[in-house]
Ligand binder design. Structure first.
Ligand code: COA
Ligand code: ZN
Length: 314
């Protein structure tokens, strides 16, 4: 069998400030969010899903969306933000985001939980979002949540994903992200869904968004790489989780992802040591430990003084 060709460069979309923080019970001060974002930019990250223009009653942590965008915007950095409806699109356009991300769940029940409306209602609203965004000259990306399984319905048929992707395309959306809200993706499902999308919407750019809930997040990335995917969403320290899904845990961890990619010979443009320092800072900001592994173990070739470890003498 022929070896799959790996890409030479991958774009990482840092979603820690959005997916990462949205379920955190303690409000992280706006100044701290901005400082974390700037430190991440200094570490080499260039694309952020930086916040959500959702209802601040639904997700209080995102109430400062406009301030975060205003303070972090800069040339060479792409700031996208989640937008659930026309009101969100107006707020996002006014704040000056570089891209709006509409989102709906592949499963009806999770869409009802997450945005309090059916998928059909969500899609109708996205037509308004697309119009507001076009008037402001801002591109729209489309996210599909519960794309690999739903915590309420179980299996999500692949045809549901391709149907939503076609509806996104009909709205002029060319970048589509498959979100694994509760960590139900497996490498087999990743391959199946990437191939189905490549057929259904061949012109779309597909990004993958995994959560490490069942420990196979990076394996799913590897499966995506083998399918030619070059954009992955991750969260520093492995922060993250959807507040409107049971047992939702963190995204795949950005440092761990950078480590795996760079050790595979794939360029990310990110300084791993600098990123680890930002993850440690973020741990202090959210006031609890994070699941990231590189931030604990350090890079592979980190060496220790032999005197620092006791000898196993009997
Ligand atoms: N930004 C700010 N406020 C908004 C808003 C937005 N995008 N959309 C609606 N609101 C406000 C309305 O103005 C209204 O306020 P009022 O009562 O003071 O007049 C209130 O929210 C209710 O509006 P309604 O359209 O009836 O919304 P809803 O209560 O059915 O909630 C959503 C729908 C989509 C706004 C809400 O469920 C939501 O924000 N969900 C986001 C979920 C999320 O971020 N999940 C994690 C990411 S996957
Ligand atoms: Zn997510």
């Amino acid at each position: 069998m022929e070896e799959p060709t790996m890409p030479s460069h991958v774009e990482i979309v840092e979603v820690g400030l959005r997916d990462g923080l949205q379920a955190e019970p303690v409000f992280v001060p706006t100044e701290e969010k901005i400082a974390i974002a700037k430190a991440l930019i200094a570490a080499g990250l260039k694309h952020f899903e930086a916040t959500s223009f959702v209802s601040p009653r639904a997700v209080p942590q995102m109430a400062d969306a406009a301030e975060v965008i205003a303070a972090v915007r800069q040339p060479g950095v792409l700031l996208s933000a989640l937008v659930p409806n026309a009101k969100g699109a107006e707020r996002a356009a006014e704040a000056g985001v570089d891209a709006m991300v509409v989102f709906m769940s592949a499963s009806e029940s999770h869409n009802l939980k997450n945005v309090n409306r059916s998928r059909a209602e969500s899609l109708r609203g996205f037509a308004d979002v697309a119009r507001i965004a076009a008037d402001a000259g801002i591109p729209v990306h489309g996210a599909i949540a519960t794309a690999f399984g739903c915590p309420f319905e179980g299996i999500v048929p692949v045809d549901t994903i391709t149907d939503i992707a076609r509806q996104y395309r009909d709205l002029g959306i060319e970048t589509i992200s498959l979100g694994d809200t509760t960590g139900m993706a497996t490498p087999t499902l990743v391959k199946e869904r990437c191939r189905a999308l490549a057929k259904a919407v061949p012109d779309a750019e597909v990004a993958l968004h995994f959560h490490n809930t069942r420990g196979v997040g990076l394996v799913c990335v590897y499966a995506g790489l083998e399918e030619g995917i070059t954009r992955f969403e991750s969260s520093l320290g492995g922060l993250g989780g959807c507040p409107f899904a049971p047992n939702a845990t963190g995204n795949i961890c950005t440092e761990d992802l950078v480590y795996m990619l760079e050790e595979t010979g794939i360029d990310t443009g990110v300084d791993l040591e600098a990123l680890i320092e930002v993850a440690k800072r973020t741990e202090r900001a959210v006031q609890h430990g994070l699941p990231g592994q590189l931030m604990k173990a350090g890079p592979r070739l980190k060496t220790y003084d032999m005197e620092s470890v006791r000898t196993a003498a009997g």
